[in-house]
Design a protein around this ligand. Structure first.
Ligand SMILES: [Zn+2]
Length: 451
């Protein structure tokens, strides 16, 4: 069995691994590169394989850095199956068309304002192609082994977001694992990730390889930021992923209002897809910790703005209020329009709610830069910029170490570290070398590993 690393190496985006035996080829994950331009440009490079020879795509979870390249493969002619959990299929049916839509809009905007060096900027794929690619999805339950050619494949619960899985693959007498994105043991929403079986090789995510999560109570931090913004009479802008993070924030705000730790404020979810995502979370309540009643509390705390006109009308709403909008790293989406409008106002607070990949607009804002470029225009930053550390959907390096200790991995098991920025990968490698007896290496781009 060969593993070829086609993404998610030395960065947290673009996850893509080719697994091949003599008779079978599959991709595990099929993610978009995001962040730095030199990384995003890899989205335009052809994959070093004939996609017509691919037998299947196996998808760990719905986040675009794992799934967002699927419509592009469809556009290039891929018509094989995409195996994943039903909740991931449901979330992808919202996320992938939205990704196509955002790319179409960005291309139009750049063309209209002649901001692109290209005469006619082309989206990677459009909404229609993304919708068509959904017809290839086939649902697989957790812990039910299925076969693709030579490979026996099993998904197991990984926490993180709804439907997220680790993937275990057996072939030619070897067993390899892909951790996928690993959730936290004490997540507000998701249950702890299931421990791994004995493996010959593990591809292990390292997003928080060099950081521990803030051990402070995230409810208290959110309450403090809301109350401070209210005292300034401003708007609280929360850039957020529509999947997972937005629902957690909604739930926390509902609890804080119920406990009267913050005033009853208008909360706007400026995301046409977040309302549908809330429904999917409520539908799959066997996969998370919330009861039906808590799900309804979460869904009812907010007003949803679906249309662009409704979104624009938010500028008329009296302050203070809270707007949650995508994208989480301020790389695109409706949050950009609110940032353009409100970043110059010192009464505004921008609260980032998760990990900010290097090179993204969010990372630059958090660094304290005095202005930020949005749609080709420099916007001065007078707003307060904050970040919540306690909400991550990723296990930190101590959580990962504990998860590995719970597993059946034997001494000397090979681990390839993926899905981390370079500093995080180095730190994770050092930490695991000190605390475990596994053989740990950092995976590199296009490396071929033969088992
Ligand atoms: Zn993820």
């Amino acid at each position: 069995m060969n593993i070829i690393f086609l993404g998610g190496t030395e960065t947290v985006t673009g996850s893509k691994y080719l697994v091949e035996t003599a008779n079978t080829k599959i991709l595990v994950d099929c993610g978009l590169y995001q962040g730095y331009k030199w990384l995003r440009e890899r989205n335009r490079e052809p994959l070093p394989l004939d996609i017509h020879q691919l037998d299947a795509i196996v998808l760990t979870h719905a986040h675009l850095d794992h799934s967002g390249f699927i419509p592009l493969l469809y556009k290039q002619g891929y018509r094989g199956p995409i195996y994943t959990h039903a909740a991931t299929s449901a979330l992808c049916s919202i996320l992938l068309p939205d990704s196509g839509h955002i790319q179409e809009e960005d291309a139009k905007f750049y063309q209209k304002h002649q901001l692109s060096k290209h005469q006619k900027p082309e989206p990677l794929y459009d909404k229609k192609t993304a919708e068509q690619s959904l017809t290839l999805f086939e649902n697989i339950e957790f812990d039910q082994t299925f076969t693709v050619g030579d490979l026996e494949i099993t998904f197991q619960y990984a926490g993180h977001i709804l439907g997220a899985a680790s993937v275990i693959i057996e072939a030619e007498g070897k067993r390899v694992g892909f951790s996928g994105d690993v959730g936290r043991p004490n997540d507000i929403f998701m249950r702890p990730p299931k421990a791994l079986p004995e493996l010959d090789l593990l591809m292990l995510e390292s997003t928080y390889g060099n950081r521990r999560h803030d051990q402070h109570d995230p409810y208290q931090q959110l309450a403090d930021v809301v109350n401070k913004t209210v005292s300034h009479g401003g708007t609280l802008l929360i850039p957020s992923f529509a999947v997972g993070r937005a629902q957690t924030l909604q739930y926390m705000l509902a609890i804080l209002m119920q406990e009267q730790r913050i005033p009853k404020l208008s909360v706007f979810i400026d995301s046409p897809m977040a309302i549908n995502v809330g429904d999917i979370y409520c539908h799959h309540h066997e996969l998370h910790r919330l009861t039906d009643e808590q799900c309804h509390l979460m869904c009812n705390v907010a007003t949803y703005t679906r249309s662009v006109d409704d979104s624009k009308a938010l500028s008329e709403v009296t302050m203070p209020h809270i707007i949650i909008a995508g994208s989480g790293m301020a790389t695109g989406g409706r949050i950009l329009h609110h940032l353009k409008r409100l970043l110059g106002d010192h009464r505004t607070t921008v609260l980032f709610s998760g990990y900010l990949a290097g090179g993204t607009r969010g990372a630059k804002m958090l660094k304290g830069e005095g202005s930020v470029k949005i749609h080709g225009q420099w916007i001065p930053i007078n707003a307060t910029i904050e970040v919540m550390h306690g909400l991550s959907g990723h296990a930190d390096y101590v959580d990962i170490e504990n998860w590995l200790h719970q597993s059946s991995l034997k001494k000397g098991t090979k681990i390839q570290l993926v899905h981390g920025d370079p500093d995080a990968l180095e730190a994770m490698k050092d930490h695991l070398n000190q605390t475990t007896n596994f053989t740990v290496e950092i995976a590199s781009y296009k490396k071929i590993l033969r088992l």
